[in-house]
Write a new protein. Structure first.
Length: 148
């Protein structure tokens, strides 16, 4: 108990790990609900966390604001590197890979994907066939009107 409290206080006051400090102090309070010192430290910690969040928001807001005010982004003047594989399909990209385990894995995954797509189209065809048979049976039984 004392160790959790001390670690929580140390982390909070040094600002090393505010989330860890909060976790430690809430554990202390859960185990000892009347621990006034832990409650006080947790209250101070929550203020510190809010202030830290506000500072982070200001810092990042200003960071992006400065970039947009200048009119040039971080990569201003940097040429984009063209993708040498831009017009290729997956099979062609894999064929260009050096013979490694990664290439073997890519081939395996592509085959697995193709099989799954074939099974899916077969199942869709069977479903359409079964729905048509159901409509035909219902029509024969007089349950629905003529075919539209």
């Amino acid at each position: 108990m004392k160790g959790l409290f001390r670690r929580g206080v140390a982390l909070a006051r040094r600002g090393l790990d505010l989330d860890g400090a909060e976790l430690d102090l809430t554990r202390v309070i859960a185990l000892e609900p009347d621990n006034a010192d832990a409650a006080k430290e947790l209250k101070l910690l929550s203020k510190k966390m809010r202030a830290s969040e506000q500072n982070a928001k200001k810092m990042f807001a200003n960071f992006f604001k400065e970039t947009s005010e200048k009119g040039d982004g971080y990569y201003e003047g940097v040429e984009a590197i063209p993708d040498p594989h831009a017009g290729l399909n997956d099979t062609e990209k894999v064929a260009m890979m050096p013979d490694t385990r990664m290439k073997d894995r890519a081939k395996y995954l592509m085959e697995k994907k193709e099989k799954a797509e074939a099974e899916q189209s077969e199942l869709a065809a069977k479903l359409a066939e079964m729905e048509k048979a159901k409509r035909d049976l219902e029509r024969e039984a007089g349950m629905i009107g003529p075919m539209v």
